[in-house]
Ligand binder design. Structure first.
Ligand code: PLP
Length: 396
Protein backbone atom coordinates (compact mmCIF):
# COMPACT_ATOMS: atom_id res chain seq x y z
CA UNK A 1 0.00 0.00 0.00
CA UNK A 2 2.73 2.47 0.96
CA UNK A 3 4.80 1.95 -2.19
CA UNK A 4 2.78 4.17 -4.51
CA UNK A 5 2.51 6.91 -1.92
CA UNK A 6 6.23 6.61 -1.13
CA UNK A 7 7.14 7.20 -4.77
CA UNK A 8 4.75 10.14 -4.88
CA UNK A 9 6.43 11.67 -1.82
CA UNK A 10 9.92 11.03 -3.16
CA UNK A 11 8.99 12.91 -6.31
CA UNK A 12 7.48 15.81 -4.35
CA UNK A 13 10.64 16.07 -2.23
CA UNK A 14 12.86 15.93 -5.30
CA UNK A 15 10.78 18.72 -6.89
CA UNK A 16 11.17 20.91 -3.79
CA UNK A 17 14.93 20.35 -3.89
CA UNK A 18 15.13 21.05 -7.60
CA UNK A 19 13.25 24.32 -7.16
CA UNK A 20 15.88 25.27 -4.55
CA UNK A 21 13.17 25.52 -1.87
CA UNK A 22 14.19 22.65 0.38
CA UNK A 23 14.41 23.80 4.00
CA UNK A 24 17.23 22.42 6.12
CA UNK A 25 17.51 22.86 9.86
CA UNK A 26 20.72 24.43 11.06
CA UNK A 27 21.75 22.73 14.27
CA UNK A 28 22.67 24.96 17.22
CA UNK A 29 24.59 23.45 20.13
CA UNK A 30 24.43 26.40 22.55
CA UNK A 31 21.57 28.33 24.17
CA UNK A 32 19.88 30.95 21.98
CA UNK A 33 21.68 34.30 22.15
CA UNK A 34 23.62 37.03 20.36
CA UNK A 35 26.47 34.54 19.92
CA UNK A 36 25.66 30.92 19.20
CA UNK A 37 27.55 27.76 18.38
CA UNK A 38 26.49 25.76 15.36
CA UNK A 39 27.04 22.04 14.84
CA UNK A 40 30.28 22.33 12.86
CA UNK A 41 31.81 24.02 15.91
CA UNK A 42 31.68 27.51 14.37
CA UNK A 43 30.78 30.41 16.63
CA UNK A 44 28.55 32.95 14.89
CA UNK A 45 26.70 36.17 15.69
CA UNK A 46 22.99 35.53 15.43
CA UNK A 47 20.90 38.06 13.52
CA UNK A 48 17.96 35.83 12.60
CA UNK A 49 16.24 34.98 15.90
CA UNK A 50 13.01 36.49 17.21
CA UNK A 51 14.95 37.00 20.45
CA UNK A 52 14.26 40.74 20.27
CA UNK A 53 14.80 41.48 23.94
CA UNK A 54 17.56 38.92 24.46
CA UNK A 55 15.43 37.07 27.03
CA UNK A 56 15.73 33.54 25.60
CA UNK A 57 18.51 32.67 28.02
CA UNK A 58 17.89 35.33 30.66
CA UNK A 59 19.13 34.09 34.07
CA UNK A 60 16.07 35.46 35.93
CA UNK A 61 13.70 33.63 33.61
CA UNK A 62 15.75 30.43 33.83
CA UNK A 63 15.55 30.70 37.63
CA UNK A 64 11.78 31.31 37.57
CA UNK A 65 11.41 28.21 35.39
CA UNK A 66 13.51 26.16 37.84
CA UNK A 67 11.47 27.43 40.80
CA UNK A 68 8.28 26.37 39.03
CA UNK A 69 9.66 22.87 38.45
CA UNK A 70 10.30 22.54 42.19
CA UNK A 71 7.05 24.10 43.34
CA UNK A 72 4.49 23.18 40.65
CA UNK A 73 5.99 20.18 38.88
CA UNK A 74 6.62 19.46 35.24
CA UNK A 75 3.35 18.99 33.37
CA UNK A 76 -0.40 19.48 33.79
CA UNK A 77 -1.70 16.38 31.97
CA UNK A 78 -4.97 18.15 31.31
CA UNK A 79 -6.73 20.79 29.31
CA UNK A 80 -7.42 24.03 31.14
CA UNK A 81 -11.10 23.51 31.97
CA UNK A 82 -10.80 19.97 33.34
CA UNK A 83 -7.86 20.10 35.76
CA UNK A 84 -5.14 22.01 33.91
CA UNK A 85 -5.45 25.44 35.52
CA UNK A 86 -3.09 26.45 38.32
CA UNK A 87 -3.20 29.77 40.15
CA UNK A 88 -0.18 30.85 38.08
CA UNK A 89 -2.10 30.40 34.80
CA UNK A 90 -4.71 32.88 36.05
CA UNK A 91 -1.98 35.20 37.29
CA UNK A 92 -0.22 35.21 33.91
CA UNK A 93 -3.50 35.91 32.10
CA UNK A 94 -4.07 38.93 34.33
CA UNK A 95 -0.51 40.20 33.79
CA UNK A 96 -0.95 40.03 30.02
CA UNK A 97 -4.23 41.99 30.21
CA UNK A 98 -2.55 44.62 32.42
CA UNK A 99 0.36 44.89 29.99
CA UNK A 100 -1.86 45.53 26.96
CA UNK A 101 -4.52 47.55 28.81
CA UNK A 102 -7.22 44.99 27.97
CA UNK A 103 -9.98 43.38 30.04
CA UNK A 104 -9.08 39.68 30.08
CA UNK A 105 -6.77 37.10 28.50
CA UNK A 106 -6.91 33.44 27.46
CA UNK A 107 -3.70 31.39 27.12
CA UNK A 108 -3.01 28.92 24.33
CA UNK A 109 -0.18 26.48 23.60
CA UNK A 110 0.99 28.84 20.83
CA UNK A 111 -0.09 31.95 18.97
CA UNK A 112 -0.79 29.66 16.03
CA UNK A 113 -3.55 28.16 18.19
CA UNK A 114 -4.72 31.57 19.42
CA UNK A 115 -5.25 32.65 15.82
CA UNK A 116 -6.58 29.24 14.84
CA UNK A 117 -9.19 29.38 17.60
CA UNK A 118 -10.35 32.98 17.55
CA UNK A 119 -12.48 33.37 14.41
CA UNK A 120 -14.66 30.27 14.31
CA UNK A 121 -16.38 30.82 17.69
CA UNK A 122 -16.91 34.55 17.17
CA UNK A 123 -17.72 35.18 13.51
CA UNK A 124 -20.53 33.26 11.77
CA UNK A 125 -22.24 33.02 8.36
CA UNK A 126 -23.78 36.47 8.66
CA UNK A 127 -20.45 38.17 9.38
CA UNK A 128 -17.39 39.41 7.49
CA UNK A 129 -13.67 39.12 8.21
CA UNK A 130 -11.54 41.70 6.41
CA UNK A 131 -7.93 40.55 6.35
CA UNK A 132 -4.62 42.11 5.27
CA UNK A 133 -3.11 40.22 2.32
CA UNK A 134 0.20 39.69 4.14
CA UNK A 135 -1.27 38.36 7.37
CA UNK A 136 0.44 35.41 9.05
CA UNK A 137 -0.36 31.84 7.97
CA UNK A 138 -2.09 31.14 11.29
CA UNK A 139 -4.57 33.99 10.67
CA UNK A 140 -5.26 32.70 7.18
CA UNK A 141 -5.88 29.19 8.54
CA UNK A 142 -8.01 30.51 11.41
CA UNK A 143 -10.17 32.56 9.04
CA UNK A 144 -10.68 29.45 6.89
CA UNK A 145 -12.18 27.63 9.87
CA UNK A 146 -14.84 30.30 10.31
CA UNK A 147 -18.06 30.42 8.30
CA UNK A 148 -17.82 34.19 7.92
CA UNK A 149 -17.36 35.74 4.49
CA UNK A 150 -13.77 36.69 3.71
CA UNK A 151 -12.53 39.98 2.32
CA UNK A 152 -8.89 40.74 1.59
CA UNK A 153 -7.17 44.10 1.27
CA UNK A 154 -3.68 44.83 -0.09
CA UNK A 155 -0.97 45.08 2.54
CA UNK A 156 -1.51 48.16 4.71
CA UNK A 157 -3.45 49.79 1.85
CA UNK A 158 -6.05 51.98 3.53
CA UNK A 159 -7.89 52.89 0.33
CA UNK A 160 -8.37 49.19 -0.38
CA UNK A 161 -9.41 48.52 3.22
CA UNK A 162 -12.04 51.25 2.88
CA UNK A 163 -13.32 49.70 -0.36
CA UNK A 164 -13.61 46.28 1.33
CA UNK A 165 -15.39 47.82 4.33
CA UNK A 166 -17.92 49.43 2.02
CA UNK A 167 -18.45 46.10 0.24
CA UNK A 168 -18.91 44.38 3.62
CA UNK A 169 -21.61 46.74 4.94
CA UNK A 170 -24.32 44.17 4.16
CA UNK A 171 -23.05 41.83 6.90
CA UNK A 172 -24.18 41.71 10.53
CA UNK A 173 -20.71 42.21 12.09
CA UNK A 174 -17.36 43.13 10.54
CA UNK A 175 -13.90 42.30 11.92
CA UNK A 176 -10.73 43.83 10.46
CA UNK A 177 -7.65 41.69 11.17
CA UNK A 178 -4.02 42.64 10.71
CA UNK A 179 -0.51 41.71 11.82
CA UNK A 180 1.03 44.50 13.92
CA UNK A 181 4.41 44.11 12.22
CA UNK A 182 4.73 42.28 8.91
CA UNK A 183 7.67 39.96 9.26
CA UNK A 184 9.19 40.23 5.80
CA UNK A 185 9.41 44.02 5.35
CA UNK A 186 9.26 44.89 9.04
CA UNK A 187 6.61 47.51 8.24
CA UNK A 188 3.95 48.28 10.85
CA UNK A 189 0.19 48.27 10.29
CA UNK A 190 -1.16 51.86 10.33
CA UNK A 191 -3.34 51.25 13.40
CA UNK A 192 -4.49 54.87 13.73
CA UNK A 193 -6.00 54.79 10.25
CA UNK A 194 -7.37 51.27 10.69
CA UNK A 195 -9.18 52.28 13.90
CA UNK A 196 -10.48 55.42 12.19
CA UNK A 197 -11.91 53.37 9.29
CA UNK A 198 -13.31 50.81 11.73
CA UNK A 199 -15.20 53.58 13.52
CA UNK A 200 -16.43 55.08 10.26
CA UNK A 201 -17.70 51.74 8.90
CA UNK A 202 -18.81 50.12 12.15
CA UNK A 203 -16.21 47.35 12.29
CA UNK A 204 -14.21 45.71 15.08
CA UNK A 205 -10.41 45.39 14.98
CA UNK A 206 -8.07 42.51 15.76
CA UNK A 207 -4.29 42.87 15.70
CA UNK A 208 -1.70 40.08 15.94
CA UNK A 209 1.16 41.54 17.98
CA UNK A 210 3.54 38.56 17.65
CA UNK A 211 6.40 40.55 16.09
CA UNK A 212 5.48 43.85 17.73
CA UNK A 213 4.73 43.05 21.38
CA UNK A 214 7.70 43.85 23.58
CA UNK A 215 9.34 45.54 20.62
CA UNK A 216 7.33 48.38 19.10
CA UNK A 217 6.21 51.49 20.97
CA UNK A 218 8.17 53.42 23.51
CA UNK A 219 7.56 50.88 26.29
CA UNK A 220 7.13 47.87 24.00
CA UNK A 221 3.36 47.61 24.34
CA UNK A 222 3.12 47.07 20.60
CA UNK A 223 1.44 48.86 17.72
CA UNK A 224 -1.52 49.97 19.83
CA UNK A 225 1.00 51.99 21.86
CA UNK A 226 2.90 53.21 18.79
CA UNK A 227 -0.31 54.62 17.26
CA UNK A 228 -1.89 55.64 20.53
CA UNK A 229 -4.95 53.37 20.14
CA UNK A 230 -4.63 51.39 23.37
CA UNK A 231 -8.07 50.17 24.45
CA UNK A 232 -9.50 50.87 20.98
CA UNK A 233 -9.07 47.40 19.45
CA UNK A 234 -11.32 44.54 20.47
CA UNK A 235 -8.86 41.64 20.10
CA UNK A 236 -5.07 41.29 20.40
CA UNK A 237 -3.25 38.00 19.84
CA UNK A 238 0.39 37.43 20.72
CA UNK A 239 3.12 34.93 21.49
CA UNK A 240 5.42 34.14 24.39
CA UNK A 241 7.73 32.60 21.79
CA UNK A 242 9.39 35.73 20.41
CA UNK A 243 10.37 38.84 22.41
CA UNK A 244 8.73 37.54 25.59
CA UNK A 245 11.29 34.85 26.44
CA UNK A 246 11.10 32.73 23.32
CA UNK A 247 9.88 29.46 24.85
CA UNK A 248 6.32 28.63 23.79
CA UNK A 249 2.81 29.88 24.40
CA UNK A 250 0.27 32.21 22.90
CA UNK A 251 -2.62 34.33 24.04
CA UNK A 252 -5.69 36.26 23.02
CA UNK A 253 -6.42 39.35 25.06
CA UNK A 254 -9.23 41.86 24.70
CA UNK A 255 -12.85 42.54 25.58
CA UNK A 256 -14.21 40.51 28.48
CA UNK A 257 -17.16 38.89 26.69
CA UNK A 258 -14.95 37.86 23.78
CA UNK A 259 -12.51 36.08 26.10
CA UNK A 260 -15.41 34.56 28.07
CA UNK A 261 -16.86 33.06 24.89
CA UNK A 262 -13.46 31.79 23.72
CA UNK A 263 -13.18 29.87 27.01
CA UNK A 264 -16.48 28.18 26.13
CA UNK A 265 -16.00 27.52 22.43
CA UNK A 266 -12.42 27.97 21.19
CA UNK A 267 -11.32 24.53 20.06
CA UNK A 268 -7.51 24.76 20.51
CA UNK A 269 -8.23 25.88 24.09
CA UNK A 270 -10.83 23.21 24.84
CA UNK A 271 -9.06 20.29 23.19
CA UNK A 272 -5.34 20.87 23.72
CA UNK A 273 -3.10 20.68 26.75
CA UNK A 274 -2.38 23.40 29.28
CA UNK A 275 0.90 25.34 29.22
CA UNK A 276 3.49 23.77 31.56
CA UNK A 277 4.19 25.57 34.87
CA UNK A 278 7.82 26.33 33.91
CA UNK A 279 6.66 28.39 30.96
CA UNK A 280 3.87 30.09 32.90
CA UNK A 281 6.03 31.05 35.87
CA UNK A 282 8.82 32.39 33.65
CA UNK A 283 6.14 34.34 31.77
CA UNK A 284 4.97 35.98 34.99
CA UNK A 285 8.55 36.89 35.87
CA UNK A 286 9.04 38.31 32.36
CA UNK A 287 6.02 40.64 32.62
CA UNK A 288 7.18 41.74 36.08
CA UNK A 289 10.54 42.66 34.53
CA UNK A 290 8.76 44.55 31.72
CA UNK A 291 6.84 46.57 34.29
CA UNK A 292 9.99 47.47 36.24
CA UNK A 293 12.00 49.03 33.42
CA UNK A 294 12.06 49.75 29.68
CA UNK A 295 15.81 49.43 29.40
CA UNK A 296 15.63 46.45 27.03
CA UNK A 297 13.27 48.30 24.69
CA UNK A 298 15.52 51.34 24.79
CA UNK A 299 18.56 49.25 23.94
CA UNK A 300 16.72 47.46 21.14
CA UNK A 301 15.49 50.73 19.62
CA UNK A 302 19.00 52.18 19.89
CA UNK A 303 20.54 49.09 18.29
CA UNK A 304 18.03 49.12 15.44
CA UNK A 305 18.58 52.82 14.67
CA UNK A 306 22.36 52.38 14.88
CA UNK A 307 22.40 49.38 12.55
CA UNK A 308 20.07 51.00 10.00
CA UNK A 309 22.08 54.23 9.93
CA UNK A 310 25.36 52.38 9.40
CA UNK A 311 23.89 50.13 6.70
CA UNK A 312 22.39 53.08 4.81
CA UNK A 313 25.72 54.90 5.07
CA UNK A 314 27.45 51.81 3.63
CA UNK A 315 25.16 52.13 0.62
CA UNK A 316 22.63 49.35 1.21
CA UNK A 317 19.01 49.54 0.14
CA UNK A 318 16.97 49.14 3.34
CA UNK A 319 13.19 49.05 3.74
CA UNK A 320 11.95 51.76 6.10
CA UNK A 321 10.88 50.21 9.42
CA UNK A 322 9.66 50.98 12.91
CA UNK A 323 10.21 47.41 14.06
CA UNK A 324 13.38 45.45 14.86
CA UNK A 325 13.31 43.81 11.43
CA UNK A 326 15.65 45.24 8.83
CA UNK A 327 15.14 44.07 5.24
CA UNK A 328 18.33 44.48 3.18
CA UNK A 329 17.05 44.44 -0.40
CA UNK A 330 19.00 42.47 -3.04
CA UNK A 331 16.15 41.73 -5.55
CA UNK A 332 17.82 38.54 -6.84
CA UNK A 333 17.13 35.08 -5.40
CA UNK A 334 20.54 33.53 -6.03
CA UNK A 335 22.33 36.65 -4.85
CA UNK A 336 20.38 36.52 -1.57
CA UNK A 337 21.51 32.93 -0.98
CA UNK A 338 25.15 33.63 -1.91
CA UNK A 339 25.12 36.72 0.26
CA UNK A 340 23.81 34.83 3.32
CA UNK A 341 26.28 32.02 2.82
CA UNK A 342 29.24 34.42 2.49
CA UNK A 343 28.07 36.23 5.60
CA UNK A 344 28.08 32.96 7.51
CA UNK A 345 31.74 32.52 6.54
CA UNK A 346 32.28 35.95 8.09
CA UNK A 347 30.56 34.77 11.29
CA UNK A 348 27.18 36.47 10.72
CA UNK A 349 24.12 34.26 10.69
CA UNK A 350 21.19 35.69 8.68
CA UNK A 351 18.68 34.24 6.23
CA UNK A 352 18.09 35.25 2.63
CA UNK A 353 14.42 35.18 1.56
CA UNK A 354 13.11 34.93 -1.99
CA UNK A 355 10.03 33.89 -3.93
CA UNK A 356 7.58 32.44 -2.88
CA UNK A 357 8.30 33.63 0.69
CA UNK A 358 8.45 37.20 -0.67
CA UNK A 359 7.17 38.55 -4.01
CA UNK A 360 9.11 37.75 -7.21
CA UNK A 361 12.09 40.05 -7.68
CA UNK A 362 11.98 41.10 -4.02
CA UNK A 363 14.74 38.83 -2.62
CA UNK A 364 16.39 40.17 0.48
CA UNK A 365 18.37 39.40 3.61
CA UNK A 366 16.28 39.80 6.74
CA UNK A 367 18.22 41.07 9.74
CA UNK A 368 16.61 40.88 13.17
CA UNK A 369 18.08 43.13 15.82
CA UNK A 370 18.13 42.27 19.51
CA UNK A 371 18.76 43.96 22.83
CA UNK A 372 21.30 41.15 23.31
CA UNK A 373 23.52 42.68 20.61
CA UNK A 374 26.33 44.97 21.77
CA UNK A 375 27.66 47.83 19.62
CA UNK A 376 30.67 45.67 18.86
CA UNK A 377 28.42 42.95 17.34
CA UNK A 378 26.63 45.56 15.23
CA UNK A 379 29.90 47.06 13.99
CA UNK A 380 31.23 43.61 13.07
CA UNK A 381 27.99 42.76 11.27
CA UNK A 382 28.05 45.99 9.26
CA UNK A 383 31.72 45.35 8.39
CA UNK A 384 30.85 41.82 7.22
CA UNK A 385 27.89 43.11 5.16
CA UNK A 386 30.16 45.75 3.62
CA UNK A 387 32.86 43.22 2.72
CA UNK A 388 30.42 40.72 1.20
CA UNK A 389 28.46 43.53 -0.47
CA UNK A 390 31.64 44.74 -2.23
CA UNK A 391 32.74 41.19 -3.12
CA UNK A 392 29.36 40.50 -4.74
CA UNK A 393 29.08 43.91 -6.40
CA UNK A 394 26.03 45.02 -4.41
CA UNK A 395 27.69 48.19 -3.12
CA UNK A 396 30.71 50.15 -4.33
C1 PLP B 1 5.30 33.82 14.99
C2 PLP B 1 3.95 34.27 14.67
C3 PLP B 1 2.83 33.51 15.02
C4 PLP B 1 2.95 32.14 15.63
O1 PLP B 1 3.42 32.22 16.95
P1 PLP B 1 3.70 30.88 17.77
O2 PLP B 1 3.48 31.25 19.19
O3 PLP B 1 5.11 30.49 17.46
O4 PLP B 1 2.73 29.86 17.28
C5 PLP B 1 1.57 34.03 14.75
N1 PLP B 1 1.41 35.23 14.15
C6 PLP B 1 2.48 35.99 13.78
C7 PLP B 1 2.26 37.31 13.14
C8 PLP B 1 3.77 35.52 14.02
O5 PLP B 1 4.81 36.26 13.65
Amino acid sequence: MYKGFQEFLQKELADIKEAGLFKNERIITSPQGAIINVANGQEVMNFCANNYLGLSNNPKLVQAAKDALDERGYGMSSVRFICGTQDIHKELEQKIADYFGTEDTILYAAAFDANGGVFEPLMGVDDAIISDSLNHASIIDGVRLSKAERYRYNNADMADLEAQLIAAQKHRFRLIVTDGVFSMDGNVAPMDKIVELANKYNAMVMVDECHSAGVVGETGRGVTELFNVRGQVEIITGTLGKAFGGAIGGFTTGKKEIIDLLRQRSRPYLFSNSLPPVVVNAGIKMFDMMNETNELQEKLHKNTAYFMTKMLAAGFDIKPTKSAICAVMLYDAKLSQDFASNLLNEGVYVIGFYYPVVAKGQARIRVQLSAAHETDHLDKAVAAFTKVGKDLGVIK
